[in-house]
Write a protein that binds this ligand. Structure first.
Ligand SMILES: CC(C)(COP(=O)(O)OP(=O)(O)OC[C@H]1O[C@@H](n2cnc3c(N)ncnc32)[C@H](O)[C@@H]1OP(=O)(O)O)[C@@H](O)C(=O)NCCC(=O)NCCS
Length: 175
């Protein structure tokens, strides 16, 4: 499988709302703690992505897609939040990295994060921040990519089934 990575504008995101919604619901169904509780419907996912498209249009967020070059199927996505307070023009928050359960451990997330970081550097951002479930696959991924642990916060969020989870905050200094 050949994977194509691209940054999407708001119109392209709106055109692919169904694929994004299917990806998000699949990740939540598989147990990812990424902001939503089970049961999580396609309609809820579409509402979420429509809101993100508005933020992309407003210039507050950047979004990337990883797609199967042959079928066009959406395999993964990540966002960079740049619409931060006036005293943080040099910073970005990474959000909603997710890869389809069927496409994991093939380097899709690593390449999405590398594309995001390259764009952050080209925008002269100096500090990136993110948080993720302590001890999760994403926790391992970020460490492998050179992110530095700022620390865990116990009982920060819930898994989709309601089980509490600790969240670890990470940062990356781009220099
Ligand atoms: C976390 C997630 C994005 C990783 O996506 P992925 O495409 O499978 O990750 P990659 O294949 O790029 O993995 C890169 C590295 O991360 C680490 N990693 C990824 N998944 C891992 C796992 N399940 N267990 C341990 N390490 C893992 C490994 O070091 C891996 O390198 P390797 O395969 O050479 O060992 C994916 O599991 C996912 O979508 N999870 C649900 C959503 C989520 O939790 N998102 C994070 C929000 S902060």
């Amino acid at each position: 499988m050949t994977v194509m990575f691209r940054q999407l504008g708001h119109a392209a995101l709106r055109a692919e709302l169904t694929g994004f919604s299917q990806l998000l619901t699949a990740c939540v169904e598989a147990g990812a703690s990424i902001g939503f509780m089970a049961p999580f419907t396609l309609e809820q996912a579409q509402t979420f992505w429509s809101g993100i498209a508005n933020k992309v249009e407003a210039g507050e967020r950047l979004i990337w897609a990883a797609q199967d070059e042959t079928t066009g199927e959406l395999l993964g996505t990540v966002q960079l939040i740049i619409g931060l307070p006036d005293n943080q023009p040099h910073r970005g928050d990474v959000a909603k990295l997710m890869v389809s359960p069927a496409a994991r451990r093939r380097g899709v997330a690593r390449l999405l994060m590398q594309a995001l970081e390259a764009e952050a550097r080209s925008r002269k951002l100096r500090t990136l921040v993110l948080d993720t479930v302590t001890g999760s696959p994403a926790d391992s991924l970020y460490r492998q990519l050179g992110w530095v642990e700022a620390g865990p916060v116990p009982d920060y969020a819930l898994f989709p089934d309601g089980t509490p989870c600790s969240t670890t905050f990470f940062y990356r200094a781009l220099g």
